[in-house]
Design a protein around this ligand. Structure first.
Ligand code: FAD
Length: 384
């Protein structure tokens, strides 16, 4: 067993880290305060391959392996949670189902554009006002075949990137009978008449990552915009989320790493009772626990990514990595604030923002409760 990154992966890690340090991290506070998306850095990500982590080389990707993809998201989150979420959603949700299931024509039309940084990004709309954890039972948005078009009607919620996307892959009910074979993925270009992207949600954190409610009123797209097989949308979604969960796990590791580094830096300089607080054992315990938990989460995320790359089953490992890494990030960020004392509660220091950003991670792409359901279900299957 070899725990070392290979030469190529190390170089990639260094390249992304340096890029994030110069283009992403310096604007993290500003994008949070002004709720603006960092387009300037995103445009430059195309050349690095950061917008093509799920895209094969024939459609503009770099052919990067799944572990390197996770490292890319981790490094991005180390610099800015908002930017990392937008890029993780673009790669894991917006482009991944298209790359996995789309027709050659659809892939050719859209993937090179969104991979390049010249176009906008990709988005995936699953969640609805009445459907989040329970997509199968809850989805009301429907798509009907009329002539040579799909006609979509309904509403979606919480769609990351909608206002900065070329298209939104929409999970819609195509078979009113219901059941696991009743949903389909349909690609809707964002300039299609009848699609309304509502103003960005006002959120607790991740303010530089736009999230929107959507309305579909007689939205017409060609039948060829079906992504994958008709009525196989639920299965395709669950497979997409398996991969996306590695991304959210990696994002959480990056956020926790940044919070831990900030806490250590503060602890070395802040003095109480005549010495730096880093010399107090209570502070050392929080720092040591943070470093240990980050290391454990990183290994879990890398293991899930490695299994994905090797073509091994990884659904349970991705759920475990997401569950542990996201809950770990919350604990680490909480203690990073504790170490900063009152200053941790001030927006002058980054830990306040990172804590708010980290809070989403146990919710998006399947809550912690849903991850535990996935893990327990697999345990019971293995046991039977
Ligand atoms: C910032 C942000 C970005 C997002 N981006 C996207 C996106 O790009 N695309 C998209 O489609 N969605 C997106 N989402 C939506 C997100 O995936 C959902 O919010 C999430 O899946 C939970 O669904 P819900 O909010 O409907 O909660 P619910 O499903 O209503 O759950 C509410 C609570 O009940 C619990 N619960 C539900 N069922 C069970 C059960 N069987 N057993 C135990 N507990 C249960 C949940 O864990 C949770 O604690 C985003 C959300 C946010 C906040």
């Amino acid at each position: 067993m070899n725990f070392e990154l290979n030469e190529e992966q190390r170089m990639w890690q260094r390249t992304v880290h340096d890029f994030v340090k110069s283009e992403v991290q310096p604007r993290a506070r500003e994008v949070d305060e002004t709720a603006t998306f960092n387009w300037e850095a995103t445009r430059k990500m195309g050349a690095l391959g950061l917008l093509a982590l799920s895209i094969p080389p024939e459609y503009g990707g770099t052919g990067i392996d799944a572990l390197s993809a996770a490292i890319g998201i981790e490094e991005m989150a180390w610099g800015c949670g908002s930017t990392a979420l937008a890029i993780a959603a673009h790669n894991g949700l917006g482009t991944s189902p298209l790359a996995l299931y789309g027709s050659p024509e659809l892939k050719k039309r859209w993937l090179p554009l969104v991979a390049s940084g010249r176009g906008k990004l990709g988005a995936l709309a699953l969640t609805e006002p009445g459907a989040g954890s329970d997509l199968q039972g809850g989805i009301r948005t429907k798509a009907e075949k009329i002539g040579n078009e799909w006609v979509l009607n309904g509403a979606k919620m919480w769609c990351t990137n909608a206002s900065i996307a070329e298209y939104i892959i929409t999970l819609a009910r195509t078979n009113p009978a219901g059941g696991s074979r009743s949903l389909s993925m349909i690609l809707v270009p964002t300039n299609t008449p009848g699609l309304t992207i509502h103003p960005a949600e006002k959120k607790m954190g991740l303010k530089g990552s736009p999230t929107h409610a959507l309305s579909y009123e007689d939205v017409r797209v060609p039948l060829q915009n079906l992504v994958g097989e008709e009525h196989h949308g639920l299965h395709q979604t669950l497979a997409t989320l398996d991969g996306g969960r590695i991304g959210i796990g990696a994002l959480s590791v990056g956020l926790a790493q940044a919070a831990c580094e900030a806490a250590l830096q503060y602890a070395e300089t802040r003095q109480t009772f005549g010495k730096p607080i880093a010399e107090h054992q209570a502070i050392q315990i929080m720092l040591a626990d943070a470093a240990t938990e980050i290391a454990a989460a990183r290994l879990m995320v890398y293991n899930a990514a490695w299994r994905k790359e090797m073509g091994k089953p990884y659904s349970q490992e991705a759920a475990m990595a997401k569950l542990y890494a996201t809950e770990m990030a919350e604990r680490v960020c909480r203690n990073a604030i504790q170490i900063h004392g009152g200053m941790g509660y001030s927006s002058q220091y980054p830990v306040e923002r990172i804590y708010r950003d980290a809070r989403l991670m146990t919710i998006g792409e399947g809550t912690s409760e849903i991850q535990r359901m996935v893990i327990a279900r697999q345990m019971r299957i293995n046991h039977a």
